[in-house]
Every structure is written in structure tokens, then in C-alpha cells.
Write a protein that binds this ligand. Structure first.
Ligand code: NDP
Ligand code: GDR
Length: 325
């Protein structure tokens, strides 16, 4: 056990909840930063709310970040907060830049000001690779982002590298490929599909409207991926790592397995809707996690089909409970 303190930004998000669980299991005192909101959005952390401490702060407000670090004096900061939905980054490109790009500078500089020995994790993304330049993608593959979100993440990645090199800070960037779970937001395609499959199966919906079914993603389980974040900050040297499964599947294949799991054929329910097409698409992502395996001793533990069926089962349970079916 340890009495280390970790700050997690984005605590109300999918990854924040899994990372908090993992850090608690390692004996950390966990401080979660959340934005002030007029409604409570503790859905993902209510089961651990008594075990963590919550502090309000915002990546757009550096005063709140400095105050938080001065108050809690963490040894590790995990920066998971971001405007993380790619589609929204076209309708809110400036806010996406403020939070997802400049927000990283604000928190890195707060760390530098308060205590530069704090270890820092930045949630970078496979969306930085964007247009296919090389397959599979590694830590050395050049970036070619295809959305304002991807562009913002490239900035966040390089400012993390820059603070490491400029100030000798222990700053790491985890280039994580898509990772999903029953706690995934319903706007992301995997959860949108599993939620719809459960609704259709229970007679609560009749169809599912999607955009590009041919996009291919390297999908893993969020519960596995947060362990890689933690391991990055336990090394002797700060570095950047690709975290992925090394497998890719299309959105169509995801549908096939999810509908198939409840005895349905996706082709009978899925309708293509132009509203969900993107101005510029990322066609194919597949990451090579060899460096993470070699140096961190990390590897994914949840096979693709198991991830899909876990999400469908969880949505069936949730809806049965909600509708008393
Ligand atoms: P979510 O969208 O589920 O969570 C994002 C979190 O950031 C939420 O807690 C949100 O708060 C918070 N947030 C947004 N804007 C601000 C702000 N200005 N100040 C403070 N907090 C803010 O994302 P995930 O958990 O899926 O992802 C975590 C991180 O990892 C993100 O940075 C994402 O871009 C990145 N990433 C995710 C991948 C994935 O597949 N999940 C893959 C690669 C990278 P609120 O609840 O109030 O909205
Ligand atoms: P992504 O995830 O953009 O990869 O970003 P998302 O699940 O939104 O899209 C994946 C692919 O599915 C296609 N698609 C649809 N997507 C959504 N959301 N809704 C639809 O109806 C739909 N139909 C088809 C998309 O076009 C796309 O190709 C996620 C986020 O978590 C980011 O924060 C993270 O950085 C990356 O993963 C890695």
C-alpha cells in the first residue's frame, strides 16, 4: 500500500471512473477534478464517491488548477479531461481547442509552477494519426489529424513532450486507441449500438441510425487501458506509448456481433443516416502495442467479442431495471 496522492481530471468521464478504481486498489488517495455543473453527473463514480475526494476546477481556468495542486500536493496528475467527442469538434472547434489543446498547457504549467517533480500523464489519442500514413501505427508514425479534435490532441501531445524536454519534467503521453465499456458515453458508436440493440430486443425501439459503417477501429476495454496509464508513471524514465490491441474491426462488424448476440440480424434494423457522417473521416486505425508490452509489461486482457457482448449484456440489464421489464 502507498499513501501517495493522485489527481485525476475528467473524473466524471468513462476513463476517470476506471482509473480512480485502479488507483484506489493501489492504495492511493484519489482527488478527482470536476467542472461545476447545474446538474449532478456522478453516474460513473457514485459507487466510489465515498472513497475519493472531489474538487471543482476547469481546464479553462488556470487559477483553479494551481489552487487544486497547492491544496492537495499530489505526486501524480492524470489529465483525462477534454472535449472528447470527435463529431462535436466540428461544431465547437474553438472550445475544443481551448479545452483539449490549451487546457494541457494550463495544467502542465500549473504543475511546473507548484511542483515540477509531480509526475504527469496526458491522454493522447490515436485520432492524432488520422489519415492512414502507416499500418500498424506506432510511436514513430507521423501524425495527420482529420478533425479539430485530432488537431487539438496533437498540440496536447507535443506540449507534453516539450515540457518534458524544456523543464526535465516527468511527463508522459499515452497514445490510446479507442477503448470502450458499459460506461462509455451513448454518443460514441459502440455504446450507441449496444444501447440500441438492447432497446430493440426489449421492444423499446425499432431501428438504429448510423453513419459510416466501413470505418475500422482498434477497440479495447477501458478497464484494461487505465492500467497502462498508471504503469507509465511508475517507470524510471518518462516516455510515450501506444496502447492498443493490435486488431481492427469495422463498425459493420461491431453491429453484426452485437445484434447477433441477441439473435437479431443487424441489416434488418440499421439505417444509414447522413447526419452521422463526418466532414473528414479516419478510415483505419490499428495500433502496435509492442513498446507498451516490452517496457510496461502491459497487454490487453479483453478480446473484442467479449467486449461487445459485455456491453450488450450491461445495456440489457440497465434497461430492464429502468423500465421494470
Ligand atoms: P469522456 O468524454 O467520457 O470524459 C471527459 C471528461 O472531461 C469528463 O469528465 C468531462 O466533464 C471532462 N471535461 C471536459 N471539458 C472539461 C474542462 N474544460 N475542464 C474540466 N473537465 C472537463 O472521455 P473518456 O473518459 O472516454 O476519455 C478520457 C480522455 O482520454 C479524454 O481526454 C479523451 O479525449 C482521451 N481519449 C479517449 C479515448 C477513448 O477511446 N475513450 C482514446 C484516446 C484518448 P463533464 O462530465 O463535466 O463533461
Ligand atoms: P472516435 O469514436 O471518433 O473514433 O473517437 P466514435 O465512436 O465517435 O466513432 C468511431 C467511428 O464510428 C463511425 N460512426 C459513428 N460514430 C458515431 N459517434 N455515431 C454514429 O452514428 C456513427 N456511425 C458511424 C465514425 O464515423 C467513426 O469512424 C473516440 C473518442 O473516444 C475520442 O475521444 C478518442 O480519442 C478516439 O476514440 C480514439
Amino acid at each position: 500500500m502507498t499513501n501517495k496522492v493522485a489527481v485525476v481530471t475528467g473524473i466524471t468521464g468513462q476513463d476517470g471512473s476506471y482509473l480512480a478504481e485502479h488507483l484506489l486498489a493501489q492504495g492511493y488517495r484519489v482527488v478527482g477534478m470536476l467542472r461545476r455543473s447545474s446538474t449532478v453527473n456522478f453516474e460513473r463514480i457514485k459507487h466510489i464517491q465515498d472513497d475519493i475526494e472531489l474538487v471543482t476546477g476547469d481546464l479553462l481556468d488556470e487559477v483553479s488548477l494551481i489552487n487544486m495542486l497547492q491544496t492537495y500536493r499530489p505526486s501524480e496528475v492524470y489529465n483525462l479531461a477534454a472535449q472528447s467527442f470527435v463529431q462535436t469538434s466540428w461544431s465547437q472547434p474553438v472550445f475544443t481547442g481551448e479545452a483539449t489543446a490549451l487546457g494541457v498547457t494550463r495544467i502542465l504549467d500549473a504543475v511546473r509552477t507548484v511542483d515540477p517533480s509531480i509526475r504527469f500523464y496526458q491522454a493522447s489519442s490515436s485520432e492524432m494519426f488520422g489519415k492512414v500514413v502507416e499500418v500498424p501505427q506506432t510511436e514513430n508514425t507521423p501524425f495527420y489529424p482529420r478533425s479539430p479534435y485530432g488537431v487539438a490532441k496533437v498540440y496536447g501531445h507535443w506540449i507534453t513532450v516539450n515540457y518534458r524536454e524544456s523543464y526535465n519534467m516527468f511527463a508522459c503521453s499515452g497514445i490510446l486507441f479507442n477503448h470502450e465499456s458499459p460506461r462509455r458515453g451513448r454518443e460514441f458508436v459502440t455504446r450507441k449500438i449496444t444501447d440500441a440493440v438492447a432497446r430493440i430486443k426489449l421492444g423499446l425501439a425499432t431501428e438504429l441510425r448510423l453513419g459510416n459503417l466501413e470505418a475500422q477501429r482498434d477497440w479495447g476495454f477501458a478497464g484494461d487501458y487505465v492500467k497502462a496509464m498508471y504503469l507509465m508513471l511508475q517507470q524510471d524514465q518518462p516516455d510515450d506509448f501506444v496502447v492498443s490491441t493490435g486488431e481492427t474491426h469495422s463498425v459493420r462488424r461491431f453491429c453484426e456481433i452485437a445484434f447477433g448476440h441477441v439473435g437479431l440480424n443487424y441489416a434488418d434494423y440499421v439505417k444509414i443516416d447522413e447526419r452521422f457522417m463526418r466532414p473528414a473521416e479516419v478510415d483505419l486505425l490499428i495500433g502496435d502495442p509492442a513498446k507498451a508490452k516490452r517496457i510496461l509489461g502491459w497487454q490487453p486482457e479483453t478480446p473484442f467479442e467479449q467486449l461487445v457482448t459485455m456491453m450488450v449484456e450491461a445495456d440489457l440489464e440497465l434497461l430492464k431495471h429502468e423500465y421494470r421489464i
